[in-house]
Design a protein around this ligand. Structure first.
Ligand code: FMN
Length: 411
């Protein structure tokens, strides 16, 4: 019987397997951040600064990770977030990742930029499906996509709002690896150095379905990923404002979420516009480099709008301990980005399933060790925030925790 662990005992192991399988430019596209990668590093530091205050001699024999999200039960407090990349990491990787999520009973988010049509995923990986939208300046085209997601029966629409312009990823230029992907002088050596990926992914597409395309784009702008002519002007979205969320609220009858919130006032505006939830996110450190870690600002966002919205968080989650910390701070669920992408790159559906299993097992173990039987019982009493090593700057998380404390006292 195949080794279900794949020899990977944590997400870092899956990342290493992904690094060995993918062309350098592709791996860096998934793995790295933007500019000086301050946000990328701080996403981890912010989690690492938070410690637990474990309780002991608590009967934790009936541990349970089940949550209720938008009125439906989910066996784990995690959601596969939108990335639109899995199909380039593994042949039909999006279907594999969606199937792994469905098998675990957790929501899977189809990104508008994914290589697989939303209808195909709904058909081949039926489960709890959410759709992520980047709005374009041509609202009518965006609204066509929303209508399509509605017709395909998607439960939820996530509108990502943290990319008014494209991110500054200098390594992408150096590696010759940007979207849309095409072979060029700068990336060809990296591709040839990974024959498993070249034959198992790129050429396999070439001889079956053809070179991957943005299958969720309207036909008039759908173009081959390798083409030189993708009309970038369609991707412009620097003219969006809250009125666009109000319009989407009218068009979309299902659950509506706004992703990329880092300011409490924006969470309040999202609620005012009729959103059901927000995802506190800095895009995994891939957009604004001096953005705070979402986990640092989560408490003040909960403070501002937690009673009106379902508040979820992502960015930097690599361990079950991070999931527990986010839930203890008050998040209702945690989105996973790179962790399941590393798994998909390592071994397709089996690798994605392994990533989810690792997070589930780690979460379970941490809950037992801190004396928490049910994720619903997690609260900040389980958390301890260490002071900064130099004792000068007070960590932002500590400030954030104080704000939760104030909130708890007030309510
Ligand atoms: C390779 C890659 C592609 C992504 N593409 C999208 C996208 O198309 N839409 C979106 O809303 N977020 C996108 N994200 C951001 C993720 O949804 C999520 O916010 C982020 O990955 C969370 O951080 P983590 O990777 O540290 O878990 C992407 C992230 C990665 C790593």
């Amino acid at each position: 019987m195949a080794d279900k662990t794949l020899g990977a005992y944590n997400i870092a192991d899956l990342r290493e397997l992904a690094r060995r399988r993918l062309p350098k430019g592709m791996f860096e596209f998934v793995d790295r951040g933007t500019e000086d990668e301050l946000a990328l590093a701080n996403n981890r530091t912010a989690f690492e600064r938070i410690k637990f205050r474990p309780r002991t001699l608590v009967d934790v024999s009936g541990r349970n990770q089940e949550i209720t999200l938008f009125g439906r039960k989910s066996p784990l407090p995690i959601v596969v977030g939108p990335t639109g990349t899995a199909g380039l990491l593994w042949y039909q990787g999006e279907i594999g990742l969606a199937r792994a999520a469905a098998a675990a009973g957790i929501p899977f988010t189809v990104a508008i930029n994914s290589m697989t049509a939303m209808e195909t995923i709904a058909e081949q990986a039926p489960g709890r499906l959410w759709f992520q939208l980047y709005m374009w300046s041509d609202r009518a085209l965006s609204h066509q996509i929303v209508a399509r997601a509605k017709a395909a029966g998607f439960e939820a629409l996530i509108v990502t709002v943290d990319g008014a312009v494209g991110a500054n990823r200098e390594y992408g230029h150096r590696n010759g690896f940007e979207m849309p992907f095409r072979l060029n002088r700068r990336n060809v050596a990296g591709v040839l150095a990974r024959p498993g990926w070249l034959f198992g992914v790129l050429l396999r597409y070439a001889v079956t379905s053809g070179i991957p395309r943005f299958e969720n784009y309207p036909p008039e702008i759908m173009d081959k990923l390798t083409a030189r002519t993708l009309k970038r002007s369609f991707l412009k979205n620097d003219s969006l404002d809250w009125n666009d969320i109000r319009t989407l609220r009218k068009l979309w009858p299902g659950v509506l979420m706004v992703k990329g919130i880092l300011h409490p006032q924006d969470a309040i505006l999202a609620a005012d516009c009729g959103a059901d939830g927000v995802i506190v996110s800095n895009h995994g450190g891939r957009m604004l480099d001096s953005a705070p870690a979402p986990i640092e600002v989560l408490p003040e966002i909960l403070d501002a709008a937690g009673k009106r919205l379902t508040v979820m968080v992502d960015s930097g989650v690599r361990r079950g301990a991070d999931v527990v910390k986010a839930l203890a701070l008050g998040a209702q669920a945690v989105l996973i980005g790179r962790a399941t992408l590393y798994g998909t790159a390592a071994a397709g559906e089996a690798g994605a399933a392994r990533a989810i299993a690792i997070l589930r097992e780690e979460t379970d173990r941490v809950m037992a060790l801190i004396g928490a039987c049910d994720v619903a019982a997690l609260n900040r009493e389980f958390l301890h925030v260490a002071g900064s090593p130099r004792g000068t700057d007070r960590p932002a998380v500590e400030t954030a925790l104080r704000s939760v404390e104030a909130l708890t006292r007030a309510s």
